[in-house]
Design a protein around this ligand. Structure first.
Ligand SMILES: [Zn+2]
Length: 356
């Protein structure tokens, strides 16, 4: 323990007055803190480790027991639910509800032997993807499946989205549906796109019997046509991800009838919800409220932009970040905030349709 004691600076009375934060960061692995202090199970993902427990709980409540909302990459963590982030000291300060200084001291008391024997989980190696192969898969599947499936219509109907809007989404090339049964979906995809092309697209891992997208029958093709989100049509089971995105960062754009009016929403379901609710604006859906590039908003220069992001902490934070970007393009920015707002746009739509 002598080594660790050296990192406490003490006054004449022997009281610790300074913490060597750098030492703490280097000696207490962040993954160890999540696994041993928060009792969180690591879930290796491409280039990062995810955990289902946030240091900011109970303030940050889990979206579902299956969510892996916290991303740990190198020496920092970020929670996609509450938006908090930081290093191991910040994690400890949140978790123990103490100051950073107190957290630093506490972490320096961590069992050195235990830390020495800790083996951190390895992230999955990021797969090399060929975006042109992905675009080709999406094109082939869209051509083979030009109308929404019955199951997809039933699912979307349950979320308040009508057959008319679903069909139009298919015609516009935004929505693609594949068979809801994973075996049928795999056979369909193998016939239409082929395994080799799907491997090149990064959609099918060579060692897997079936591509993950075969289990996610609702596909939303992005504006670039080189990216898509694949979604389940049911509640996720243990450890499953509700939606997966492949390809580069790209929005979904539903061109409207009033060329001067835009609406900014989160994700493809909210995009369809806005159309279903009767908006005549061009609906611009972000692939997540933090996934965007400033130059995307060039098209909104001097236009009216209604921001309808999710009414939650990350959504509010995104509005604050987006406002100056839009105003730099001289857009007139408004915020969608009806008096009876109950959740995201789809929740709002479901409430309007009596589905909640
Ligand atoms: Zn959180």
């Amino acid at each position: 323990m002598a080594g660790i004691q050296d990192h406490f600076k003490r006054d004449a009375n022997g009281n610790v007055y300074e913490v060597d934060f750098k030492y703490v960061r280097n000696h207490v692995p962040l993954n160890w803190f999540f696994e041993h202090m928060l009792d969180a199970k690591p879930k290796p993902m491409s280039g990062a480790i995810r955990y289902g427990v946030c240091p900011n709980e109970p303030a940050c409540q889990a979206a579902s027991v299956h969510s892996v909302k916290v991303c740990v990459k190198e020496d920092s963590w970020k929670c996609f639910s509450c938006g908090e982030h930081g290093d191991v000291v910040a994690a400890a300060a949140f978790y123990w509800r103490i100051t950073h200084r107190e957290a630093g001291l506490e972490l320096m008391r961590a069992d050195v032997d235990m830390l020495k024997h800790y083996i951190p989980p390895k992230p999955e190696t990021a797969i090399e993807r060929d975006d042109s192969a992905l675009a080709l898969v999406l094109q082939k599947v869209a051509e083979a499946s030009p109308y929404p499936s019955k199951d997809a219509l039933a699912y979307l109907g349950g979320r308040g989205i009508s057959e008319r809007v679903a069909r139009e989404a298919c015609e516009r090339g935004i929505l693609i549906t594949i068979p809801n049964d994973a075996f049928q979906a795999k056979a369909f995809l193998t016939e239409v796109a082929g395994k080799e092309l799907m491997e090149r697209a990064g959609l099918w891992k060579p060692d897997k019997k079936a591509p993950a997208c075969a289990f996610r029958p609702l596909w939303f093709r992005s504006q670039s046509h080189c990216a898509a989100e694949f979604r389940l049509m049911r509640e996720p089971r243990d450890g499953e991800k509700k939606a997966m995105r492949y390809g580069g960062k790209s929005p979904w754009i539903w061109e409207g009838q009033t060329p001067d009016d835009y609406m900014l929403v989160e994700g493809p379901i909210d995009c369809l919800s806005a159309v279903e609710m009767g908006s005549k604006r061009t609906i611009f859906a972000l692939p997540g409220c933090e996934n965007w590039e400033p130059n995307w908003f060039q098209m909104m220069a001097e236009k009216n932009v209604l921001m309808a992001l999710d009414p939650d902490k990350p959504g509010y934070a995104a509005v604050e970040k987006l406002k100056p970007v839009l105003e730099a393009f001289e857009a007139m920015v408004g915020i969608f905030n009806p008096p009876n707002r109950i959740g995201d746009l789809n929740d709002q739509l479901k409430a309007m349709r009596g589905l909640i």
